[in-house]
Design a protein around this ligand. Sequence first.
Ligand code: ATP
Ligand code: MG
Length: 266
Amino acid sequence: MSTSVEIETDEDCAISLDSLTMLYPTKSGVPVRALDDVSLKVRDGEFLSIVGPSGCGKSTLLRIIMGLSRQTSGHVRFGATSSTHHNQLGMVFQQPLLLPWRTVLKNLMVSPDLHGKRDDNTRARATELLRMLGLEEFAGRYPNELSGGMQQRVGIGRALMHDPRILLMDEPFGALDAMTRDQMGLDLLDIWDHDRKTVLFVTHSIPEAVLLADRVVVMTPRPGRLADVVDVPLPRPRRLENINTPEFGEVVMRIRKLLDSEHSAH
Ligand SMILES: Nc1ncnc2c1ncn2[C@@H]1O[C@H](COP(=O)(O)OP(=O)(O)OP(=O)(O)O)[C@@H](O)[C@H]1O
Ligand SMILES: [Mg+2]
């Protein structure tokens, strides 16, 4: 079964996934089917959350879009073109993967340094991002001097350094406590509101998925397919108080039901 979500015109489309299938080879010779015939159009500037049971292929999906893994079959297209522009992409991992011997500012400068672009502009950009992320006082500190939430902010800053149009986030707040996590989500929305990047946000938290997103992609257990794509018709800007509204509860319930029915169907 293939689930395809059509949008109006190709100009609105940031990423188009066409029948993506991913088989991982194994030692036993029987490949693991991680993704099965996933088709989806992601709108330019939308905030899209992705939820689904562990092992259903969420990380695989982001890694394929990022170009870190190669799909077995199917296509990924960016915008109206079929060419990939990897400089348009930024990725935030569950663990921030910072370089412990570099200061916070220098961690943001890793990619510019590698590409020989260590100039005043990139430095100014890094400083501006740290200000936006509430970390300007920590520019000269080392990662082990920061809390988990602060380290994750640095990871987000690093992904934003080259001003990507598309931000891929794989459970970025998974390791954080609930309160820090809520605050990080709202901070992320502020950043998103600023220049409306296209965001793909993988999370295990249904309320978090709903609070942040315009639409929530619900995946089936492995092999991951799209069970449905659920609209989140809540006004913006979003606030934590939204969680207590009946509309919010309805969307959460709808996603829970989808996940439950997919789970029991397997
Ligand atoms: N490099 C690999 N080689 C073999 N199998 C893999 C590899 N990476 C992932 N898999 C398998 O593919 C399936 C999907 O993995 P993936 O990491 O994409 O799931 P996920 O939805 O991100 O799970 P989680 O929510 O636990 O992070 C799993 O069954 C996993 O064991
Ligand atoms: Mg994963």
